[in-house]
Design a protein around this ligand. Structure first.
Ligand SMILES: [Fe+2]
Length: 281
């Protein structure tokens, strides 16, 4: 009988990488990096062997996809923000066995899921950024799941999340699951991008994000699940917030009622709303 040991919604902003480098942005994302390190520390303490990441930077246009290669290694430059993430070296073990089981359980639940063990199928930075801070020593196996689901229903992502839980229950080991994506995600318009790396684009987004964090802290997921489709669309949620639907599917959807623990306070990054928050299991 496997165990889900930790679940979290996390940031992966590329300015975390900039924050490491000398220059004007040095240290700007220390709180986010510290949050990732703390989540990594807890995973070790809980005996986690595999981290599953719902990655809102992996865009898919059809079906649900699981990248469960045996080994991931390379030098990554973001094609979306090459001035933020450049030449990031990575190497992590994978877990093809658990990835395949997730796909099987998802198909059983009527979700068109596929598991892939293809050496040339690369990881996106929604997975690479958190792994950089949580898994530097390759302690954890990694599975990356596409969560920018462009032509999909949140309802199906919820069911996919349920299938992830099925697979973890049937797995002989201990697993953590991370929903890697923002809260609101109205990217700063390019003409005013300089000087606004630490601001929201819209006050509306900031207000709704603050309210959402309050709902989470109070365990009010009946209300949050009811507003999720409108929140994702009105506040331009990253990846249409399929990562969040998967996470809540895993945790019991609107019957989940645990007060969330904020590891890194809500912060703005290039117009968007970001957080590290542990959802008690
Ligand atoms: Fe992102």
């Amino acid at each position: 009988m496997g165990k889900l040991a930790l679940a979290a919604k996390i940031t992966h902003v590329p300015s975390m990488y900039l924050s490491e480098l000398p220059g004007p942005n040095n240290g700007c994302r220390k709180a986010a990096i510290d949050g990732h390190k703390e989540i990594g520390r807890r995973c070790r303490e809980l005996g986690v062997d595999t981290i599953v990441v719902f990655d809102t930077h992996w865009l898919v246009n059809s079906a649900y996809h699981i990248n469960c290669g045996e080994w991931f290694e390379g030098i990554y430059t973001s094609n979306e923000l090459p001035h933020f993430i450049k030449d990031l070296r990575f190497a992590y073990p994978g877990n093809p066995q658990l990835g395949r089981r997730i796909a099987e359980f998802a198909v059983e639940r009527g979700v068109r899921a596929q598991a892939h063990n293809i050496p040339s199928l690369e990881l996106e930075y929604g997975t690479l950024v958190p792994m950089r801070y949580m898994n530097e020593d390759q302690h954890f196996k990694v599975i990356s799941i596409a969560a920018w689901c462009n032509a999909h229903e949140l309802e199906d992502s919820k069911r996919f999340g349920e299938a992830v839980k099925d697979a973890i229950d049937a797995y002989d080991g201990t697993v953590a699951v991370l929903a890697s994506g923002s809260l609101s995600h109205t990217f700063i318009p390019d003409r005013i991008a300089l000087g606004n790396m630490n601001n929201y684009t819209r006050e509306f987004d900031r207000q709704v994000d603050m309210h959402v964090v309050e709902l989470w802290q109070q365990g009010r997921f009946k209300e949050f699940c009811a507003m999720l489709p409108d929140y994702a669309s009105c506040c331009n949620g990253e990846g249409k917030m399929h990562d969040t639907a998967m996470l809540l599917g895993l945790l019991g959807w609107d019957s989940y009622d645990q007060p969330v623990e904020i590891i890194t306070d809500l912060f703005p990054s290039s117009g968007t709303g970001q957080i590290n928050a542990v959802f008690p299991v």
